[in-house]
Design a protein around this ligand. Structure first.
Ligand SMILES: [Zn+2]
Length: 406
């Protein structure tokens, strides 16, 4: 009995220490998980710098919302914040919202039972209701981005419709000291009731939904799950409703079966926002040639990642090699950037140095027009067609439309 009491007391003291020392704890934690390391050319050419400043740059995936940092300030840890996005001339950033992080997360096989996200929510001082609910974490992070927008003095705008995006992209030609954000849910395990939960996320600003993250869920299988299955019946209903709402489906982290099932049933192009290609780095995280072709054949867009597991060890050159490989296989117009900044990965530079990609693509021999497309033009076109024209009004959902998982 005394041993149990001492054990519980020790856990209580440990949790209190973590909670009380969060800023220091996080600074240390972030310096270990979101590193900047690798081979970056010392200097980029003046031509690359000048050309980069004329681009509409889009990054299809970053996870800075899951952080203790004040994203309105220029930070020395992590990969991005609003000032660094503007410095790197990133006009549009997709903000990923992961809500479940399995203990001992790996590429091959993750159980969904024990997760770290609730503990991290506690350690990050998020509200109590985020400690035990993935959906509450998603809603909290969406609210956090909206708060950032409100406090940003006009430097950050959240995009929810194609009209807003068009207006923003026109303005960004002359107003360069601004950036924009788009909300993406990374893993639809928090969508339990269809269509109610999905529509709630839509009205809180989410426009891109990644069906799975690191584990299988009740909608379908993850590339890193146990079963790695296809789309479930509930998953089909969810995909159908996402299409009606003009929400974009993201197949990053999807199992092969899930990818096949979704591509067979969707009428709208899909996104794979942050990935690598098996042709350059062969692992379960990356897309095969057949998968790249299947996504492209339906008008889809593929964001090439910046970190080692996606593209390999050679830093910026590796990123450019994967972009080259995918472009040659399926055509430049299907290729974009999906950095995974702040996604618990090591990247050779931070958001402020995005010009390194432009420089590396010039060295790879891409034309200026091709670079303009890859750096953000393709993503802009894709999102202009994929986002809703207008935000649909909230509606009361009739009971017979509701589906609950078993
Ligand atoms: Zn991811």
């Amino acid at each position: 009995m005394i041993i149990i009491f001492r054990f519980l007391l020790a856990i209580f003291i440990l949790l209190t220490v973590i909670y009380a020392s969060s800023p220091l704890f996080w600074q240390y934690f972030e310096s270990k998980i979101n590193k900047i390391e690798g081979r970056v050319p010392y200097k980029v050419s003046k031509d690359a710098l000048d050309f980069h400043s004329t681009l509409f740059v889009t990054d299809l995936h970053g996870d800075p919302l899951f952080s203790y940092r004040n994203l309105l300030r220029h930070n020395s840890t992590g990969h991005m914040d609003i000032p660094r996005l503007i410095e790197g001339n990133i006009s549009l950033q997709v903000f990923g919202v992961p809500t479940q992080i399995p203990l001992f997360a790996n590429l091959e096989r993750n159980q969904s039972r024990i997760g770290l996200a609730g503990f991290l929510a506690f350690a990050l001082h998020w509200p109590l209701n985020t400690w035990y609910s993935g959906k509450n974490r998603a809603l909290y992070l969406a609210e956090k981005l909206h708060e950032l927008e409100a406090k940003s003095e006009g430097t950050l705008s959240i995009i929810k419709t194609s009209g807003q995006l068009e207006e923003y992209s026109q303005r960004s030609i002359t107003e360069t000291h601004r950036t924009a954000g788009l909300l993406m849910l990374e893993g639809a395990h928090v969508i339990k009731r269809i269509p109610e939960d999905l529509e709630e996320l839509y009205h809180r600003g989410f426009r891109i939904i990644g069906l799975t993250h690191l584990t299988d869920n009740h909608l379908g299988g993850s590339a890193h799950g146990i079963e790695k299955g296809g789309l479930t019946e509930l998953g089909r209903k969810a995909v159908q409703r996402m299409e009606e709402l003009h929400m974009i489906i993201d197949l990053t982290h999807a199992s092969s079966e899930l990818m096949d099932d979704v591509l067979a049933m969707t009428s709208r192009p899909v996104l794979v926002s942050h990935t690598g290609v098996k042709g350059c780095v062969d692992n379960s995280r990356n897309l095969s040639d057949e998968q790249l072709k299947a996504v492209a054949s339906k008008g889809g867009l593929i964001g090439i990642g910046f970190w080692e597991e996606a593209v390999g060890l050679q830093g910026v050159e590796s990123i450019a090699d994967s972009i080259q490989y995918a472009s040659q296989l399926v055509g430049v117009k299907h290729i974009a950037l999906g950095s995974d900044f702040d996604g618990g990965v090591t990247i050779p530079f931070d958001a402020s140095d995005m010009v390194h990609i432009t420089d590396a693509l010039i060295k790879q021999g891409f034309s200026q027009e091709e670079i303009r497309m890859i750096m953000g033009g393709n993503a802009l076109n894709f999102l202009m067609n994929g986002l809703p024209e207008n935000v649909l009004p909230r509606r009361k959902i009739p009971n017979d439309e509701m589906i609950h998982p078993e």
